[in-house]
Design a protein around this ligand. Structure first.
Ligand SMILES: Nc1ncnc2c1ncn2[C@@H]1O[C@H](COP(=O)(O)OP(=O)(O)OP(=O)(O)O)[C@@H](O)[C@H]1O
Ligand SMILES: [Mg+2]
Length: 272
């Protein structure tokens, strides 16, 4: 465990061995700030002394970009781990204090490979490949964050089934809010498959609260979920700000420039 590592509030401790909380950031809707949330949460957790890893389960490979790493130069990725060719330790990179298990376009080959009837003996449980891979590293971290793609593909199923918790980012706009319900249905589906995964909450992102639309939609969102006490809308909201977009494209995450994300991390730490 790292020198500065703290014990997470609710960290699972089995036989005195700490095991990480595993949080997927997921939404069936694209462009809602999943990758920005994972990136900023990770550097936020590190700034508070938590040993943190990020796993990129999206073939777009945007976590590499967000941490200033060229995804096309990656020799081996999470894909190679999931198909059993290498171990997690073989692909680990560290940037801005975060251990990264990166992906790129190769992850698109996962579904055809592991779902093929021909390969069913080699991959008898194709939706649990990530859970098994995380088993190699789980005791090393307080938090493992997973970035997912806006779909219910095999990488996303692997992510949700490997997670202890899920955060759903949402833009306070009609179609994005609808995306929450698709995501909740998917989560219910995997809970019915026996996964013990908990929805930590819904995070409003890219909020422009000076606009009437966002203001009204945010109120509406809070009202709607006030009636479902098991699903929380976080108090913190992430504002739309050019600096967030620039941090991502420049590959220089900096929690000092994203104070709302630090507040969000603290809100998460209070419950996870
Ligand atoms: N708070 C913000 N303010 C302004 N721009 C933002 C903010 N958060 C993210 N962005 C930008 O918006 C775009 C979408 O964000 P992001 O990539 O995090 O979404 P995503 O949900 O991961 O998308 P995808 O579904 O494609 O994976 C990116 O260009 C990102 O830099
Ligand atoms: Mg993304």
């Amino acid at each position: 465990m790292a020198k500065h590592s703290k014990v997470a509030n609710n960290a699972n401790i089995t036989n005195n061995v700490k095991t990480a909380r595993i949080i997927s950031v997921a939404s069936q809707k694209g462009g809602v700030g999943k990758t920005a949330t994972v990136t900023n949460m990770a550097v936020g957790l590190v700034s508070l002394g938590y040993k943190t890893a990020v796993i990129d389960m999206d073939a777009q490979g945007h976590i590499a970009l967000s941490f200033g790493i060229e995804k096309s130069n990656l020799k081996k990725t999470i894909y190679d781990v999931l198909i059993g060719e290498v171990k997690m330790r073989d692909i680990k990179q560290t940037a801005f204090g975060v251990d990264l298990y990166l992906s790129n376009n190769s992850l698109s080959d996962l579904s055809p490979k592991v779902m093929a009837q021909l390969n069913s003996k080699q991959f008898p449980t194709p939706k649990y490949l990530l859970r098994n891979a995380i088993g190699q590293i789980r005791t090393r971290y307080d938090y493992i964050l997973i970035d997912t793609s806006p779909s219910n593909d095999i990488p996303t199923m692997n992510s949700l089934l490997a997670s202890t918790d899920i955060i759903i980012p949402v833009l306070p706009e009609g179609l994005s809010i609808d995306g929450i319900f698709d995501t909740l249905i998917l989560i219910k589906n995997i809970q019915e498959q026996g996964a013990k995964v908990n929805v930590l909450g819904i995070l409003p992102t890219m909020v422009q609260d000076h606009t009437n639309l966002h203001h009204v939609m945010l109120q509406d969102l809070r009202k709607r979920f006030a009636e479902t006490p098991d699903i929380k809308v976080f108090d913190t909201v992430i504002k739309r700000a050019i600096r967030h977009g620039l941090a991502q494209t420049h590959g220089e995450p900096d929690i000092k420039k994203a104070p709302e994300y630090l507040s969000f991390v603290k809100e998460v730490l209070a419950i996870a």
